[in-house]
Every structure is written in structure tokens, then in C-alpha cells.
Design a protein around this ligand. Structure first.
Ligand code: NAD
Length: 278
């Protein structure tokens, strides 16, 4: 699995050839899109899931039917024992890891004064602690492995899936916005600490992407029109928009990029309310 090709070169369009990628929460939405894009770019992808084994199996089959390599591994990213077991299973199956995409996430919304401690803790535990646990195991593995020049210029890449809500406050979603703000500072601190080991750490901050997590926001034409008022580019994003960005960020094309948040949001961060004055 470590070979690139007979010439030791990565063919065009296969910028992740020979690399092994773990994508958490990859049996749905953005994670599914990233897994398919990375597999098409030549990576062996591990589809992590916590619920819905049949969706994970379907995605593995789809990737394999297109000539890619994939397997599914179950783990709750907020549980240290399950995360460590998943890494052991991945090492047994793939020999190691080159790319982690910290994608698993959830919402449990409530007005601030109605937010229960249980819902606060659940979202922080999955969205922030889960990313910490998976990234720590990845960084340990990258450190042991070091740089393998025929695979990549770096020892490993971590991509955190954040949100525009790492920067935009969001009434009614205090736990979610706090978790993504935490991801931003965790990502930057990891990037600073791990750069000397040739480990790159970055975030992708999606705007509105059509997935089950925000189905209510685009389910009817009226709701989609309302959502589009926040998106200058005039369309709601698709998982593939994030998948293509993740492939680039994980590839050596982005070798000098670390500690960055890439907003992939159709301009949602451009204060669209000010288009008509202010
Ligand atoms: P989604 O609900 O389709 O996918 C979330 C995935 O995470 C699911 O597969 C779910 O089972 C998994 N997951 C939840 N808890 C888990 C756990 N404890 N362990 C392992 N997996 C777990 O939603 P999505 O939109 O694809 O979300 C993916 C990521 O993108 C999330 O981090 C989300 O915050 C972020 N995001 C999404 C949008 C958007 O508009 N869809 C915008 C910004 C950020």
C-alpha cells in the first residue's frame, strides 16, 4: 500500500496516491463527500461511523466499484478507548495513516437560557473532544512514521472540519458555536506545536452545505430562498465542494499551508447584510 506507482510518480488527478486517510463521520453528508473525493484522488480511505453501518458499507462498495480502496470502521469519536481501538484496527489493515479528516459532528440546538448541561456537554464532547482524541492519535502515528518522501513532503496532515460559526456567533446554537470556536484555537495550537515534525494542521470552515445536519434550512424552496440571502454566490453548497477542497489541502500542492482556516462558504463570511448599505 506504500507504493506510489512503478515510476515513483503520482499521476495527474491521483494527488493522494499511496496515502491512507481516516475520515470520521464519513457515512453521511460532508464526510461521505470527502471520502469519495479522496478515494478518487488515489487514497485508501477509512470510513468511520458510529451509527448506520449499512450507509458505511454502501459507501465502501461505491468506492470499490470505481476502482478505489476503502474500508469501514466503527467508533464513537468522543470515546478514548474506541478511538484508540479504531487506530489499532486501521494500522492492522492499512499499515499506518497519512491523513486525518476530523469531520464527525452534531448539533443539539436550544435557546441559551433553555440549554441543558447534558446537551452542552454532548456537543462539546463530540465536536471538540472528539477532534482532540482523533488528532492526538494521528499526531502520535505521524511522529512515529516521519516523512516518507515518495508518499508526501510532510509526515502527516490533519484537517479539522470547523464551520463559519468558528467566527460568526449563532443564537440558539451556543454549544455548537463554542465547539467550533474551540476547534479553531485547537487547530492553530496543534499547527504551531507540530510544524517542526513536518505535520500540517488546517481547518476547512464550510458555510451552508446540503446535508442531513441542516436539512430543515433548505428543505423547501421558501427556506432555501431565505438561506440564500446569507450566501452572496447564490447557491447552497454540496458535499463535493468540501471534498475537492480537502483533497487539495491534504495534497503536496498545499505543502506550505499550515495553521489556516479555509472558508468554503460562497461568501457567507462577507457580511452579506451590508451589500445594500450599512
Ligand atoms: P451529517 O449529520 O450528515 O454528518 C455528521 C456525521 O458525524 C454523521 O455521519 C454522524 O453519524 C457522525 N457523528 C456524530 N457523532 C459522532 C460520534 N460521536 N462519533 C463518530 N461519528 C459521529 O452532517 P454534515 O453536515 O455532513 O457534518 C459534517 C461536519 O461538517 C460536522 O462537523 C459539521 O459541524 C460540519 N459543518 C457542516 C455544515 C453544513 O452546512 N452541513 C456547515 C459547517 C460545518
Amino acid at each position: 500500500m506504500k507504493s506510489v506507482n512503478s515510476q515513483g510518480m503520482k499521476s495527474a488527478g491521483q494527488v493522494l496516491a499511496g496515502q491512507r486517510a481516516l475520515i470520521t463521520g464519513a457515512n453521511s453528508g460532508i464526510g461521505e463527500g470527502i471520502a469519495k473525493s479522496m478515494a478518487a484522488a488515489g487514497a485508501t480511505v477509512v470510513i468511520n461511523y458510529v451509527r448506520g453501518p449499512e450507509d458505511a458499507a454502501r459507501i465502501v462498495d461505491e468506492i470499490k466499484s470505481r476502482g478505489g480502496q476503502a474500508l469501514a470502521l466503527e467508533a464513537d469519536v468522543s470515546r478514548e478507548d474506541q478511538v484508540q481501538a479504531m487506530y489499532r484496527q486501521m494500522t492492522d489493515a492499512c499499515g499506518g495513516i497519512d491523513i486525518l479528516v476530523n469531520n464527525a459532528g452534531m448539533q443539539k440546538d436550544a435557546a441559551f437560557t433553555d440549554m441543558s448541561l447534558a446537551d452542552w456537554e454532548l456537543v462539546i464532547r463530540v465536536n471538540l473532544t472528539g477532534q482532540f482524541l482523533c488528532a492526538r492519535e494521528a499526531a502520535r502515528a505521524f511522529t512515529r512514521q516521519g516523512v516518507i518522501p515518495e508518499i508526501s513532503s510532510s509526515a502527516g496532515k490533519i484537517i479539522c472540519i470547523s464551520s463559519v460559526h468558528e467566527a460568526i456567533p449563532w443564537a440558539g446554537h451556543i454549544n455548537y458555536a463554542a465547539s467550533k470556536g474551540g476547534v479553531m484555537m485547537m487547530m492553530k495550537t496543534m499547527a504551531q506545536e507540530l510544524a517542526a515534525r513536518k505535520i500540517r494542521v488546517n481547518s476547512i470552515a464550510p458555510g451552508a452545505i446540503k446535508t442531513p445536519i441542516n436539512h430543515d434550512a433548505w428543505a423547501t424552496p421558501e427556506k432555501e430562498a431565505e438561506l440564500l440571502k446569507l450566501i452572496p454566490y447564490g447557491r447552497v453548497g454540496e458535499p463535493d465542494d468540501i471534498g475537492r477542497t480537502a483533497v487539495w489541502l491534504a495534497s503536496d500542492q498545499a505543502d506550505y499551508v499550515t495553521g489556516a482556516t479555509l472558508y468554503v462558504d460562497g461568501g457567507m463570511m462577507l457580511y452579506p447584510g451590508f451589500r445594500t448599505g450599512g
